[in-house]
Design a protein around this ligand. Structure first.
Ligand code: PLP
Length: 370
């Protein structure tokens, strides 16, 4: 039987045509009509005023934090369960990522723990819309306002997700998205920042363009970065963006099939808060308690189904290690150990989901029999 991968890009729109156009016209570097087209259309998609395309999602977070003037001595609140780029980018700025536990249902920032971790040094909160489910933005925005701190949404996994009908990427001061090869839409490597704040947009543009003064060529008032997205990347991203409704719709459909197959099973399924539109970047399950997650994944692999473990909680990784972390972050510790990402690409069929579910039941039985 064929192998079913967790993620796989689908590049069957205008990607090739637009890339050919870049090559035919010689516009292959960090500016061009696909870059500006992508920025305009992505901002509109998020109901944000501005978007700034950059080389990948990690530098999108980095330059967004720099734009917020985060630096040495500052603290940035980050969920313990996330991809490492969320924490690393705070560290790149010389700031301290302050880890917070996650909510047991949505797997996003636990608001009560955020409240406990705010100090006079807190400069930003970074809600991560993990695996496509938005963070609970209402209380976070209220809390940030009350304390005069900024919100940077890490929306790398959540293009099109909504909090109470509002698209992510337009809720916090600034947001960062990724177009890595396995994300909802892709440009191979790529990222974009959205914001409604004009001054912040201008600051980020300068930072990502080597720090050059926009009115005076080769005059560099600050230390900047070359984080530009190429026109070739943007050509692919724009072609993908033209079909984003289809990409999101496919993920909702695949999620619905997983629910149909697994709703009466002992697996805990991807969350879906009543205020949320989850876009199911990766469909998730938690294995039942008492089941060895890693063995379950080996047994899935033997049936030619690729799965992925949840991210390791930040507090177990060497750069952010906290020996008391398991007690401080009990929810993220438990969920990180039980979580599995299932195949979720736009290519998945109804028959694939049935086969995956059957393999899951079989893998479960193999452990229970012993
Ligand atoms: C993918 C991802 C990033 C980083 O994006 P890259 O484009 O791979 O640099 C950041 N945060 C989260 C939560 C991600 O999943």
């Amino acid at each position: 039987m064929n192998r079913i991968p967790v993620a796989e890009p689908v590049l069957n729109g205008n990607e090739k045509k637009y890339v050919d156009d870049c090559i035919d016209t010689g516009w292959i570097s960090g500016s061009g009509k696909y870059v500006t087209g992508l920025e305009e259309q992505f901002a509109a998609y998020c109901n944000a005023r501005y978007a700034i395309a950059v080389f990948n999602g990690t530098v999108a977070l980095h330059v967004a934090l720099l734009g917020l003037k985060i630096g040495a001595g500052d603290e940035v609140i980050v969920p313990d369960l996330t991809y490492i780029a969320s924490a690393n980018t705070a560290a790149y700025c010389g700031a301290t990522p302050v880890l917070v536990d996650i909510d047991p249902y949505t797997w996003t920032l636990d608001i009560e723990d955020v409240k406990r971790k705010i100090t006079p040094r807190t400069k930003a909160i970074m809600p991560v819309h993990i695996y496509g489910h938005p963070s609970e933005m209402g209380p976070l925005v209220a809390l940030a306002k009350e304390h005069g701190i900024a919100i940077l949404e890490d929306a790398a996994e959540a293009h099109g997700a909504e909090y109470k009908g509002q698209r992510v990427g337009g809720i916090g001061e600034v947001s960062a998205f990724s177009f890595f090869g396995n994300k909802i839409i892709t440009s191979g490597e790529g990222g974009i920042i959205t914001t409604n704040d004009e001054a912040l947009m201008q600051e980020i543009r300068i930072l990502k363009g080597q720090g050059m003064d926009p009115k005076r060529r080769y005059w560099f008032p600050i230390i900047g970065y070359n984080y530009r997205m190429t026109n070739v990347q943007a050509a692919i991203a724009l072609a993908q963006l033209e079909r984003i409704d289809w990409f999101v719709q496919r993920r909702l459909e695949v999620a619905q099939w997983y629910v149909e197959e697994l709703k009466d099973s002992p697996f805990t399924l991807s969350p879906q808060a009543e205020w949320a539109k989850n876009v199911y970047w990766l469909y998730c399950v938690l294995v039942p308690e008492g089941i060895d997650r890693d063995r379950f994944m080996v047994d899935m692999d033997a049936q030619n189904i690729e799965t992925r473990p949840f991210f390791y909680p930040m507090h177990v990784l060497p750069p952010y290690h906290d020996s008391e972390g398991d007690a401080k972050f009990p929810v993220s510790t438990a969920i990180g150990a039980r979580g599995v990402n299932l195949p979720s690409s736009a290519k998945i069929t109804r028959a694939d989901v049935k086969r995956i579910a059957e393999s899951m039941f079989k893998s479960l039985e193999m452990q229970q029999a012993k």
